[in-house]
Design a binder for this molecule. Sequence first.
Ligand SMILES: [Fe+2]
Length: 249
Amino acid sequence: MANRRFLIISDVHANMEALSAVLRAVSRRRYDKAICLGDLVGYGANPDGVVSRLRKIPRMVIVRGNHDKVAAGLASPENFNAAAKRSAEWTASKLSKENLAFLRRLPQGPVELGEGITICHGTMVDEDAYLFSDYDAYEIFKCCAFDVCFFGHSHYPCAFKQAGGSIEFIQLRGESHELILEKGARILINPGSVGQPRDRNPLASFGEYYPDSRRFVLKRVSYAMEKARMKIIKAGLPENLGNRLLAGT
Ligand SMILES: [Fe+2]
């Protein structure tokens, strides 16, 4: 039986230290597909390096995030707080022409990958909306056709599973958390954030999905977060964008 493996990452947010740690942790594995759920840039100190690194990953599929859109000049930062706004302006000034053009061309989610698998940044209905509650999930299950949907944006590793008539919220906790999707069930999965985790666990978060056995594994890895924090501060970006990395908030 085939045992294909997908790498799922999201919300790297220009954090080169976190991205490098994740890619190091998986360097011995071959992925049949690599999936990035948007927000490659914003907040962190290495937007250009991170985009260049992500562009080199083989078999990669990416959907854009709200920070990518703003950095690329496709959306205004009117809904951003002051720190995010400042970071978006700084990010745009640091991106090479090629990487800026790459961000501009990123597709808007949802993107269907076949076999009932869909990816998006916020939700399948609105790329900028947050999916936090089972009520939000219910709306998506009701209106959209999919078996497995990977989403990002909230930076919170979790899943919503629909089996029969009920929706179960699953917190994905610990350094490794496995989910198996039984026959007939549908699921929305957030692999958490590589570069700015917000679940009070500062470790970089990502996932692996095995489509042949419908198995998802959430993983966490440590990275040089103090270095990432200092780079943000030295770049003159708001200090809290660095400090929050240590707290995972
Ligand atoms: Fe994000």
